[in-house]
Design a protein around this ligand. Sequence first.
Ligand code: SF4
Length: 403
Amino acid sequence: MNKNSLNHLDYYRLPWNLTDNSISWLEPTSKCNLVCEGCYRLNEKNGHKTIDQIKDDLDVFVKLRNADGVSIAGGDPLTHPDIIEIVKEVKKRNMKPIINTNGLALTKELLKELKKAGVFGFTFHIDSKQGRPKWKDKNELELNELRYQYAKMLYDEGNISCAFNSTVYEDTLQYVPGMVKWAQENIDKIHVMVFILYRAVNNKGYDFYLGPKKIDMSQLVYNEDPATRADIKANEVVELLRKDYPDFDPCAYLNGSEKPDSFKWLLTGRMATKKKVYGYMGKKAMEAIQMFNHLFRNKYLAYAEPKWARRGKTMLLMASFDKKLRRVFFKFYKNPLNLFRRLYYQSVMIIQPVDFMQDGRQNMCDGCPDITVWNGQLVWSCRMEEQLNFGHNLKTYPKGFLN
Ligand code: SF4
């Protein structure tokens, strides 16, 4: 067996499910100030929901789904004129407001106001396919300079969780190790790196049906660009990362709804200083963190407070029952000077969205955290264009199967 092939049973299956999850996904707007390749939502000028509609969506979450945090997404949520109130409404309902933004509209003044309103964290989506003014033609590594500006802004404001999202394409896959390295060099400011593997509607191989009616999918925004791979797997990214970090090893995952051994969310927790990676969190420690949070806070953990990411040494207490942390413990304290150094925790998440299986089934993330609300119901956010255009999720069959 290839030493890089991962067996899902070696890792902790995150306990997230439809009614009890770490996160929920709120879309207050479909308006955006950028036009990114690979975006799953149609950018609408008048796409803002009213504050009453947003409160209704939040109330649906409260009624149907226990969650630690709410990703306030879009569109770009910072284009919404009521963003401060939206953050307050999330907080009022005892959930952590996390803003998913491209960052373009974020100023220091707005950040201060958002913090006062209760914002818990930001996930900045920055990648080279966004056509950003002033950053056109920059590759993923050159964009680290822009990422740093946002990380520093949050760091200076203090106590705000900082995550970065990038969509990974065939031609940008090569940059993932460099981005992971950069994140380590800034581990005091960056808490989470997320890599979302590019996916698109597969018109070439499949027909789409609503009941007995065949649907033309070409109007949807996320149609496949035949020149680009839309099937990069999480395992491939791990394999690539292991060339630079031979010990790189995940601790937890979400499987596919149709294919149990596929990794749809693959979480790695690394223990490092800015200069050296000492090792990785194991499955037992991640299980303890999720269980502890659920036992004592009644929530599965989404984003940890930044102060916890700085307490890697406290996390080493779990070395008594987690063998990977035990290795970190011995490696770290081999150098007595490390008694006086800080050890950080940082998450690296790889997300592998919808995959089409040979028989036409769509392999979704089992226990999807990014569930949103449409018409008072919980739906997958990655397939909401189907709800908006056709009122339902579509079924897929191999091309010509039903003709
Ligand atoms: S199922 Fe879709 S919305 Fe849910 S986590 Fe996976 S890609 Fe995201």
